[in-house]
Design a protein around this ligand. Structure first.
Ligand SMILES: [Zn+2]
Ligand SMILES: [Zn+2]
Length: 240
């Protein structure tokens, strides 16, 4: 009976794709239609083995990018599902400015599916989302990184820890800042609440977008300095 009612409702009010606005036949509560899903530009080899930056060269083997050759990295591996472009750009924008629960769940599931391939089955003790400043959290009402991290945590049965890493000061949005200013902007911005939750642990840090990498780098540095054995980074999208 419930299935019948649902199909009648779906017939009268078919689910709409968050990205293109077209009605589509969804079995569950999916937020992105199959056509838009097929348009996601996944990041594939070759890319930098450390920060995940995609290479456009014909060289087929993965190697380190110029940035990773010249600067110290605190994370062991950063990987992103796809390019910050088209579908994922629109999706992360929707997530950040008007969170859609189903969309967050759907995107988190895509991250969870890709995680095995991207991170080669490393055993993590916990998943930590990149935190928002409490004031921004109040303003926005939610942390989109936490929603994505929750899906990955549930799918892979890795404990979610949205408490241990926090921001201890306000930072300007990274958009529009020079590379140097981005680094200065986030330096010392994060704090560990409970060292025991970090010491000798493999941690997976989750965020929505990898832009310059300065935010996840500063989080990784804070975690490693607090005794973490390893920090890897997983984001939904990456600015190439
Ligand atoms: Zn669509
Ligand atoms: Zn790199």
């Amino acid at each position: 009976m419930r299935a019948l009612i649902k199909s009648i409702i779906d017939f009268i009010f078919p689910p709409i794709c968050y990205i293109c606005g077209s009605p589509f036949d969804s079995e569950g509560e999916m937020g992105i239609c199959p056509h838009c899903l097929s348009q996601i530009k996944y990041i594939e080899c070759p890319f930098c083995t450390l920060c995940g930056k995609p290479f456009y060269s014909e060289v087929v083997t993965d190697h380190l990018c110029g940035d990773c050759l010249t600067r110290k990295r605190y994370f062991s591996k950063a990987r992103a599902v796809g390019y910050y472009d088209g579908v994922l750009r629109k999706a992360t924008h929707l997530l950040k400015y008007k969170l859609k629960n189903h969309l967050a769940l759907h995107l988190g599931n895509i991250m969870a599916q890709q995680m095995q391939y991207l991170l080669n089955g490393i055993a993590y003790h916990s998943i930590i989302p990149v935190p928002l400043h409490p004031e921004r959290l109040r303003e926005r009402g939610f942390n989109q990184a936490l929603f994505l991290a929750r899906s990955v945590s549930e799918k892979h049965k890795i404990p979610l820890d949205g408490y241990t890493l926090t921001r201890n000061r306000w930072t300007d949005p990274q958009v529009g800042l020079s590379e140097r200013d981005r680094e200065d902007n986030v330096r010392g911005a994060f704090l560990i609440i409970e060292r025991d939750k970090v010491t000798d642990r493999n941690i997976l840090l989750v965020d929505d977008v990898y832009t310059s990498g300065n935010t996840v780098e500063e989080c990784s540095k804070t975690l490693i300095k607090a005794g973490a054995s390893r920090v890897d980074v997983l984001t939904l999208a990456r600015v190439a």
